[in-house]
Design a protein around this ligand. Structure first.
Ligand SMILES: *[C@@H]1O[C@H](CO)[C@@H](O)[C@H](O)[C@H]1NC(C)=O
Ligand SMILES: *[C@@H]1O[C@H](CO)[C@@H](O)[C@H](O)[C@H]1NC(C)=O
Length: 523
């Protein structure tokens, strides 16, 4: 208890001294109104702290934490204020409209190319601001400021650049985009902001940039997105928000993106999706939601995105699939559900996925595959079921999968397979049943694999009694199809460790019927 309290207090002290003091202490900033606010915030912080110190008793933890929350949000406000103030201090480069503008541009440190109307300040070690000695031609189409160390930009940095089509600000240290910074960029088509330190974006940042086609804001530290952020972007077809810390998706944030084809929300902290989040994305082809913290999908979440071709949901914590959740995705070719917590699947989950080619269900908690689970996916080519807890596969589990060429059932708990299981998968080229609990296979089972090229059988406890000779014969007849390693016997006795292919009638059957019945008892 006490240790916790101490920790909380230390944290508070650090927050106060390190974050607020330098801003308030900087006399150069105090000509601005902002400083009064900072001073005020600082005093309030001190007051709250002093009060807290007086009131803390061992049983007052709750109050301490409540105060701490208040204080944290206060500190955040002060930080925001600091950013605003800092960006006001940044110099702005002159935008040049004279006939000599391109040769004047060339006098600065950036490289200027009149033919392509490109200005590149790429990798110039720009630390705090745009170069002071640089002129920017008014008709610049492409402006590259990437790979510098820019922290703040003045809100007027791009003023009058009405012809700008591409702006690259990636790989800097930008913490804030002043909300009117893109005000004049009515023709901007491509915006790169990835690999910065953006914590939030203001809701009207893209108010005037209705021509935008692509935006990349990946690899920042965004936590929340304002609901109105993408309101005007009717031409946007690519939006990358991956590798941030987004926890929530506002319900209507994507509703105006009627041209969006590619949406990347992967590697964030999204716990839940609003039911109509993707409601108006009529032409969306690719949706990436992998590596979030989703535990469930709302009923009907994908019902409107009927053009979807690729859906990435791997590395979440999804436990169950709501009834018919993919039922409207007739164009889906790729569905990745790897590494979730799904326990049960049945035919209703994959109904009407006529064009599905790859289905990833590995690393879940599936225990059995029931008859006809995949009847809704007649064009499936690759089915990944590895690393589950599958103990049983029913005879007609794979029925309807006439085009299936890859079946990965490795790393499960299988002991048996029905004799005619592969009759329903006539196109199988690759089969993995390694790392299961197979001691034997029914006579003739592999003969159904008419066109198979690779079979992986290793890492099973093959029991080398008289029954194993079917597998031995198959191995002899198909030496080029054994993939990776030869399966080995687990036992009995000193046959353990020997390759199954080396078994002979004499070594496993000869006069051993009596002991075999004993062995069978163990199977
Ligand atoms: C699939 O794509 C085609 C054309 O690409 C389109 O006509 C159709 O509406 C789409 N949706 C479904 C559900 O098939
Ligand atoms: C699965 O299908 C097979 C073949 O059609 C049938 O014999 C078996 O009874 C079915 N199993 C169940 C549990 O319905």
């Amino acid at each position: 208890m006490k240790g916790y309290l101490g920790l909380a207090l230390t944290l508070l002290l650090c927050l106060d001294l390190n974050l607020i003091a330098p801003v308030a202490g900087d006399p150069s900033l105090c000509g601005l109104n902002g400083c009064q606010a900072i001073e005020l915030a600082k005093r309030y912080t001190e007051h709250t702290m002093a009060k807290m110190m007086r009131t803390i008793k061992p049983d007052a933890l709750e109050e301490v934490f409540a105060n701490m929350k208040k204080l944290e949000s206060l500190v955040r406000d002060v930080q925001d204020l600091e950013r605003d103030v800092m960006s006001l201090f940044q110099p702005v480069w002159p935008v040049n409209g004279s006939p000599a503008r391109w040769s004047m541009c060339a006098e600065g440190p950036c490289s200027c190319m009149m033919e392509t109307q490109t200005v590149s300040c790429w990798r110039l070690e720009l630390q705090y601001h745009v170069p002071r000695k640089q002129q920017i031609p008014m008709d610049t189409k492409i402006l590259d400021l990437s790979m510098n160390r820019l922290q703040f930009l003045h809100k007027d940095s791009f003023i009058k650049l009405t012809e700008l089509q591409e702006l690259d600000l990636s790989e800097n240290s930008l913490e804030l985009m002043p909300n009117s910074i893109f005000y004049d960029l009515e023709n901007m088509r491509h915006l790169k902001l990835h690999k910065n330190q953006l914590l939030y974006l203001s809701g009207d940042l893209f108010q005037d940039t209705g021509a935008l086609r692509t935006i990349d804001i990946s690899f920042n530290i965004l936590e929340n997105l304002p609901e109105t952020l993408f309101k005007k972007l009717h031409s946007l077809y690519f939006l990358n928000l991956a590798y941030n810390a987004i926890t929530e998706i506002p319900a209507s944030i994507f509703h105006d993106l009627e041209s969006l084809e590619d949406l990347d929300l992967s590697v964030n902290k999204i716990k839940e999706l609003p039911r109509h989040a993707f409601g108006n994305l009529k032409v969306l082809k690719r949706l990436k939601l992998e590596e979030n913290e989703l535990t469930r999908l709302p009923y009907g979440i994908f019902d409107q995105v009927t053009s979807l071709q690729e859906l990435y949901l791997q590395n979440n914590k999804i436990e169950t699939l709501p009834m018919g959740v993919f039922a409207f995705l007739g164009n889906l070719t790729f569905l990745d559900l790897t590494s979730n917590q799904i326990q049960v699947i049945d035919y209703k989950d994959f109904i009407a996925l006529r064009n599905l080619r790859s289905l990833f269900l590995g690393q879940n908690f599936i225990t059995s595959i029931k008859n006809k689970t995949f009847v809704g996916t007649p064009n499936l080519a690759k089915l990944y079921l590895f690393s589950n807890k599958i103990e049983s596969v029913e005879l007609a589990a794979f029925s309807g999968l006439n085009s299936l060429s890859w079946l990965l059932l490795n790393n499960n708990l299988l002991r048996v397979l029905p004799r005619e299981i592969f009759k329903r998968t006539p196109s199988l080229l690759r089969l993995q049943i390694d790392s299961n609990k197979f001691m034997k296979l029914p006579e003739g089972i592999l003969d159904e694999l008419k066109v198979v090229e690779q079979v992986k059988l290793s890492m099973n406890p093959w029991h080398c009694d008289c029954f194993i000779l079917y597998l031995t014969r198959w191995l002899h007849r198909n030496p080029d199809k054994i993939w990776d390693r030869q399966p080995k016997c687990r036992g009995p006795g000193d046959l353990g460790g020997k390759p199954v292919i080396d078994m002979t009638f004499n070594s496993v059957c000869d006069g051993q019927w009596a002991s075999m019945t004993k062995i069978q008892g163990r199977v």
